[in-house]
Design a binder for this molecule. Structure first.
Ligand SMILES: NC(=O)c1ccc[n+]([C@@H]2O[C@H](COP(=O)([O-])OP(=O)(O)OC[C@H]3O[C@@H](n4cnc5c(N)ncnc54)[C@H](OP(=O)(O)O)[C@@H]3O)[C@@H](O)[C@H]2O)c1
Length: 264
């Protein structure tokens, strides 16, 4: 994928990896549509993109509200805009045990992390296909590869994304749709602060593991490297990614570690 002069839509662009990737891409892209629920953060990202000389369109939307997602996409496509790359980062994490968590919280996480992402890709994909193709990327997680304490619904939402997008890839590669699944480890962003507790409140803390993760700027560099090569799976992070390989090649060891590693 050559990003030069292209048009992108990046969700979750008000902070963290979505913001870092938007700003990096704005050095070469023609237009970047950024969306998020955080209006102030979105405006700050838009200002950085504009400073790099790239056109920007900022859209406040709630990924849990399918109508708001469709309204924005309808307005984008009614203006004849073609999207070359849709990179979805909007997401919410979790810090609660299965035993304590009401199913309403599980549903809320699935609405944002899975159904929101699916709603948007279903709005964009037909246009991409008729335009001759495009690139899709979604932020899964290491816990899209395995389960982990305090992350049951979050992990489930990321597993669901992986199944959905692998199927989408198999069905649509003939339409020149390229899919990259991002597997971040621990990246130093606000993700743990806004994670949901069993009461549905914000966890409000930066996990030590999170704080020791690579920066979102470094993560964006790794992501861009993988997207440029159209890698089907892009591992993002540092030494913690070893767990992905342990789960695959030494599952017995993984099951012991998953019980012992400090999850928060
Ligand atoms: N950081 C990590 O270690 C890590 C690891 C694995 C996977 N990931 C995944 O990577 C993606 C990006 O996360 P990040 O680490 O960059 O965290 P982040 O800085 O919190 O970025 C996530 C963005 O999504 C937005 N968002 C949340 N719920 C939304 C909704 N309902 N509608 C619209 N926007 C919404 C957030 O807005 P608010 O600021 O208002 O919440 C935030 O701007 C997420 O999907 C996350 O699950 C992160």
């Amino acid at each position: 994928m050559d990003f030069t002069g292209k048009t992108f839509w990046i969700t979750g662009a008000a902070s963290g990896m979505g913001k870092a990737l938007s700003v990096s891409l704005s050095k070469v892209a023609r237009l970047i549509i950024i969306s998020d629920r955080d209006r102030d953060g979105l405006e700050a990202t838009a200002a950085e993109i504009a400073r790099n000389g790239c056109a920007v369109r900022a859209e406040v939307l709630d990924m849990a509200d399918a109508a708001s997602v469709r309204k924005v996409s309808d307005s984008v496509f009614s203006e004849g805009i073609s999207i070359d790359g849709l990179y979805q980062f909007a997401g919410i994490s979790q810090r609660s045990l299965v035993l304590d968590t009401p199913v309403e919280i599980d549903r809320r996480i699935m609405e944002i992390n899975f159904f929101g992402v699916v709603t948007l890709v279903k709005a964009v994909l037909p246009h991409m296909v008729s335009h001759g193709g495009g690139q899709l990327a979604i932020a899964s997680s290491m816990v899209g590869k395995f389960g982990f304490p305090y992350r049951s619904a979050y992990s489930a939402s990321k597993h669901a994304l992986q199944g959905f997008f692998e199927s989408l890839r198999a069905e649509n590669s003939k339409h020149n749709i390229r899919v990259s699944i991002l597997i971040p480890g621990r990246i130093n962003t606000n993700i743990s602060k806004y994670a949901l507790t069993s009461q549905g409140t914000e966890y409000g803390k930066m996990d030590p593991g999170q704080a020791n993760g690579i920066s979102s700027a470094k993560a964006a560099k790794q992501i861009l490297h993988g997207l440029r090569r159209e890698k089907k799976e892009i591992l993002v992070g540092g030494n913690e990614l070893l767990m992905v390989h342990i789960r695959r090649f030494l599952p017995a060891l993984f099951y012991i570690l998953a019980r012992k590693i400090k999850p928060v």
